[in-house]
Design a protein around this ligand. Structure first.
Ligand code: PGA
Length: 252
């Protein structure tokens, strides 16, 4: 049975000490949550220390990126094996900041996704349009391309390890959230695409998160939408009280 998945993407924030402190606060404030899945994605440097804090609790660990080889001469990169070694169960791949600031392509993202799932990591594939793409009426087209290319070669069986995050780029870190109805439209479209690419059953079982300026004040209305199955939270996940309220959203 599908469960809501609320994930915190800490991005390039928090030293090891600060990460431990935030994780400790969340362990305490979220300990009574048992009907939804909770994930935090600290920076690479804090993964091991945070895992020591959350091990055995209801909070899972994820990384913000991964490379597609298991080891070798790839200076600066981190492999799926290394992520599992420090306690990661999940990894975010294709985040818009990696697509648009670092220059990651759909092809590279696809290689990373395959490597991650081959190593037993659950993968959050991020998709979403730029403001100019939305204004040009290209939102669905952009999302379709990112989804199809990202999932190229991913089997029906492997889809149980895939989560999709719809994150309109213009809503990330800007304070502008997509209207719940607008997000719902894209989520429903993604589910329809998954149904065509795989099956209705797989489409129904796949978690589709919304991301982009999710806050304590807007989470309830977003989660009221039928095709929004969770959230990928950036800025607001850095504040224990905010993230706690987001995880404890009230289903309307
Ligand atoms: P934001 O980031 O919540 O700060 O907008 C979301 C994300 O980039 O995953």
């Amino acid at each position: 049975m599908k469960r809501y998945l609320i994930a915190g993407n800490w991005k390039m924030n928090k030293t090891t000490g600060e990460s431990i402190e935030l994780a400790q606060k969340l362990v305490e404030s979220l300990k009574d949550v048992n009907d939804r899945d909770i994930l935090i994605c600290p920076p690479f440097t804090a993964l091991y220390s945070v895992y020591q804090v959350i091990k055995g609790t209801n909070i899972k660990l994820g990384a913000q990126d991964v490379f597609y080889e298991n080891s070798g001469a790839f200076t600066g990169e981190i492999s799926p094996i290394m992520l599992k070694d420090v306690g990661c169960e999940y990894v975010i791949i294709g985040h818009s900041e990696r697509r648009h600031i670092i220059g990651e392509t759909d092809e590279l993202i696809n290689k990373k996704i395959k490597a991650a799932i081959n190593n037993g990591l659950k993968t959050i594939l991020c998709v979403g349009e730029l403001l100019e793409e939305r204004e040009a009426g290209k939102t669905l087209e952009v999302v379709k391309t990112q989804l199809e290319k990202g999932l190229n070669g991913v089997s029906k069986e492997e889809m149980k390890n895939i989560v999709i995050a719809y994150e309109p780029v213009w809503a990330i870190g800007t304070g502008k959230t997509a209207k719940p109805e607008d997000a719902q439209e894209v989520h429903a479209y993604i589910r329809e695409l998954l149904s065509k690419l795989y099956s209705k059953e797989i489409a129904d079982e796949t978690i589709i998160q919304y991301g982009g300026s999710v806050k304590a004040s807007n989470i309830d209305s977003l989660m009221a939408m039928p095709d929004i199955d969770g959230a990928l939270v950036g800025g607001a996940s850095l504040i224990a009280e905010e993230f706690t309220r987001i995880v404890k959203f009230i289903k309307q």
